[in-house]
Design a protein around this ligand. Structure first.
Ligand SMILES: O=P(O)(O)OC[C@H]1O[C@H](O)[C@H](O)[C@@H](O)[C@@H]1O
Length: 449
């Protein structure tokens, strides 16, 4: 086991020839050069490249102080945000903390319960979350880079009113933390007006690359995870991605291999995990790759499965359905906890052959068996090994995926750092809602409904 996050495509070599790797190596290195020399499209959004070694230390300390205050005066933290202003924090908290974080006793958890809002427009979800908070002390972290996104703005109105009713306007303002642009947007204006403690999403870091800014760091710190270790891991990931030659550079190889497979007609990448606590890492990854690469009528469609769970639902398709995909497995090499399967005097369930083995041995056997089965079913399998579930390796993993994403986007010739397609639904929604300025569009749409 290496003491770092590694990428391994040994099980995919039947689908990929050495000369293809050699040829893609050149393309990937040229793409890397465009990325690090900041000469490509979207080059004003590359602040994430050096972020792990070049971040605002004063703000970092303020994040830790705010987290400590929330931990001391709140039983619940409501994190309001969507997309890049939501998924990174949730991915990290679920990866790093207890699988039943909110449910486990306070003595075990020691930190506030954390719930997420503003990631849908469901009134039922909002009302049910209000029920969960009850009359307990709580704080809110509203996160929106643009400060104008509808889903979080609506949720914030609801929880702001709840805080103000409970504590009065002045005390409520001390329980609201706003993470947004340093100067622009409705949320920034509101925060200044109401005196909320504010944290900055840097101009040159897009939402889906912002997990290691205050966007992710404040909620992650509130959960009790060590954000310094997270940054150290990301810095280690950066060092390797920037400096290692292609043959030893895991992020570069991942970018290259997935593009080789894409050019052979594999239109879908299925990211698989064998730990339920990685579910939101996949969700974060889906946005990172989906918004970065899915444009100009091209891109690999990022999909995800939780295994072995989905082997009993999606497994059939992966093994035997349309041959449109390759699979990338995130393998946690050392399980955080161990449970031994004990021997039973009468072997009624027929499991005594596993007596003395731990459950993770069974999980790994399922994983290895599945990788071979899927490979036999013509699904090329790639492996990302994560030594253990801790802050350092998560930092490395975040950086690995971000760097590979930038390189991969340039390989396919898109601007990996914009998301023009996201505006289309928003325009229609605003028109249908009757937002001022959308009158003409509204008439046209109403006729089509
Ligand atoms: O942070 P915000 O400005 O509220 O944006 C939240 C998310 O929604 C947008 O529609 C974008 O497509 C995403 O890239 C972004 O992460």
């Amino acid at each position: 086991m290496a003491n770092k996050v590694t990428f391994d495509y040994a099980k995919a070599t039947t689908f990929i020839h050495d000369h293809e790797v050699e040829s893609m190596k050149g393309i990937a290195e040229a793409a890397k050069e465009v990325l690090v020399s900041k000469s490509g499209a979207g080059n004003d959004f590359l602040g994430w490249i050096d972020l792990p070694v070049d971040y605002d230390k004063e703000e970092f300390a303020r994040i830790q102080k705010a987290a400590a205050k929330i931990q001391s005066d709140s039983e619940v933290l409501v994190v309001i945000g969507i997309g890049g202003s939501y998924l990174g924090a949730r991915a990290a908290i679920e990866f790093l903390r207890h699988n039943f974080y909110n449910m486990v006793s306070k003595e075990v958890r020691k930190t506030p319960e954390i719930y997420y809002a503003g990631n849908s427009i469901s009134s039922t979800y909002l009302k049910h979350l209000i029920d969960v908070i009850g009359d307990r002390d709580f704080s809110v972290n509203i996160i929106s880079k643009s400060g104008t996104t509808t889903e979080p703005a609506i949720a914030f109105r609801v929880f702001k009113e709840m805080l103000e009713k409970k504590y009065g306007k002045e005390e409520a303002a001390k329980r609201i933390y706003a993470t947004t642009d340093k100067a622009r947007g409705a949320l920034k204006n509101l925060a200044t007006e109401e005196g909320y403690e504010s944290f900055v999403v840097p101009d040159d870091i897009g939402g889906r690359f912002s997990v290691l800014t205050a966007v992710g760091l404040l909620p992650i710190a509130v959960s009790g995870a060590d954000i310094e270790k997270l940054m150290e891991g990301a810095a280690a990931g950066r060092e390797m991605a920037l400096n290692l030659p292609f043959e030893e550079n895991d992020a570069m190889q991942y970018a290259a291999i997935r593009n080789i497979l894409h050019r052979k007609g594999k239109a879908v990448e299925v990211l698989a995990n064998y730990e339920p606590s990685l579910h939101y890492v996949s969700e974060w990854w889906k946005q990172l790759y989906g918004e970065s690469e899915g444009k100009d009528n091209k891109g690999i469609f990022p999909a995800a499965v939780d295994l072995t769970t989905d082997l009993h639902s999606m497994g059939q398709f992966i093994q035997d359905g349309s041959r449109i995909m390759f699979e990338t497995v995130m393998n946690v090499e050392e399980s955080t906890e161990e449970i031994i399967i004990n021997e039973e005097p009468v072997d009624l369930d027929g499991l005594n052959y596993l007596a003395g083995k731990n459950v993770d041995f069974v999980n790994k056997s399922a994983m290895n068996g599945t990788i071979l089965a899927h490979t036999d079913g013509n699904v090329p399998n790639l492996l990302i090994n994560i030594p253990a579930q801790n802050e350092f390796y998560l930092g490395e993993l975040f950086y690995f995926f971000e760097f590979a994403c930038g390189v991969s986007g340039y390989i396919s010739g898109v601007n990996p750092f914009n998301q023009p397609g996201v505006e289309s639904y928003k325009k229609n929604m605003f028109a249908l809602l009757g937002k001022p300025g959308f009158e003409e569009e509204r008439e046209k749409l109403l006729k089509r409904l």
